[in-house]
Design a protein around this ligand. Sequence first.
Ligand SMILES: O=C(O)[C@H](O)[C@H](O)[C@@H](O)CO
Ligand SMILES: [Mg+2]
Length: 390
Amino acid sequence: MKITAVRARVYEWKGKTVPPQGNFCSNAMDLLYSRQETMKTFRFHQWTVVEIETDTGLVGYGNVALAPKVAKQIIDQYLTPLVMGQDPWDYEYLNQRMYRATQAWGRKGVGMAAISAVDLAIWDILGKSVNKPVFKLLGGRTKEKIPCYYSKLYRTDLDEMQKEAETYLKQGFTAFKMRFGYGPKDLQKGVVENLKSVAAVREVIGDDTDLMLECYMGWNLEYTKRMLPKLAQYQPRWLEEPVIADDIDGYAELNAMNIIPISGGEHEFSLYGFKQLLDRKAVSVVQYDTNRVGGITMAHKINALCEAYSVPVIPHAGQMHNYHLTMSTLASPMAEYFPMFDVEVGNELFYYIFDGEPVAENGFLDLRDDVPGLGLSLKTEFLDQFDIIE
Ligand SMILES: O=C(O)[C@H](O)[C@H](O)[C@@H](O)CO
Ligand SMILES: [Mg+2]
C-alpha cells in the first residue's frame, strides 16, 4: 500500500459563538492583561483536517487544532513530501522521519501538532485496511466502557455553575472538571472567589464524586503554594496546569508538596518531553493530547512509559483520537469529555466537523469493535458555517 495524496484543509468557524461569560478561565496571559482582554486569546475556532489517500482507495482522517493555519503550512510544505509514496504500515519510520526532519524547529508546539495530524490519518488508514478499530491495533479493549469526566464549568455566576453541575450530575456523571476565574493579579479577593466557586460546585456534586480543578497555566508557583492548602478540604482529584508548561521545576515543587496531585501535559510534546516530566516527578496525572504530542505512534509509547512509572494517563479533551489510546491501555483509567455545545472556546468544534464521536451515557463512553480505523467521517450538516481553506 502506498500514500498517493495528502490534503490539509482548515475549517474556519463563521457560525454562532458564545462569548466567554464572567471570569471564564484563568490563563497564561492573565499576568499581563485583564481577563476580558485575555479571553480574546482563548479561542480555538479553526481546525485543520488532514485527508490521506492510498493507492488501494483508502482515505484516512487526521486533525489538528493548535495554530491550524500554521499546521497546514507545515503539512503542505514539509511533511507531505516526507510521506508521499510511502507505505503507511511503516508508521514508526514515517513518524521518525517527520520528527527528525523538523527537529531544528518543530520538536515542540505546532510542529508536533502537524506531525500528529498526519500520523492520526495514517493510523485511520491502518485500521481501515484490516477492518479493525485503531484501539485493536494498540492493545485492544482493556475496558468494557471508558469512564469519562464532564469537562466545562467555566467560571460564571456561582448559581449558573451550580445549575450546570446539577444538570450533568443528573445525567449520571460522577466526575467533573471546573475552571478557576481568578489568579495572582486578583489578590485575596480572587482567592476568596476561587474558593467560593469550588465550594459551590462541591456542594452540588457531593463528596462522593471526583472534582478536578483547571488553572490553564493562569497561576504561578507562589500563588499555587498558597492555594493548595486552602483547596485541600474540597478533596480535588487533581489541580491542572497551575503554571506554564516550561516551568517544570514549578510543577515538580508543587507535586512534591503532596497536598493535591498536580496534572499537566496538554502543552507538552514528544516521548522525551514526557520522560522529562516523569523523571522529575512533575505531574501525578499525564494529559497529553494525541493530536498534539506526536500522534498515535508517539502517544502509544508514552502510554507504556506512564505504565512503567505508574502515572495515570488521562488525555486532554477527549475526542476519538484520544479515546482509542485510553481504551487500549490499563495506564489510562478515564477520558475527558466535552459534550456538544454552542461553539464557545472551541473545544466543542470537533463535533461540528466530524461524525462518529461517542456520546457519553451515565458517565461512560463506548467504542465499537466493528467500526474500523478511528471511526470518524466528515459531517456535512454544518459545512455552510465554515470557511474552508484548501
Ligand atoms: O483541559 C482542558 O480541557 C483544556 O485545558 C481546555 O481545552 C481549555 O479550554 C481550558 O479549559
Ligand atoms: Mg487543561
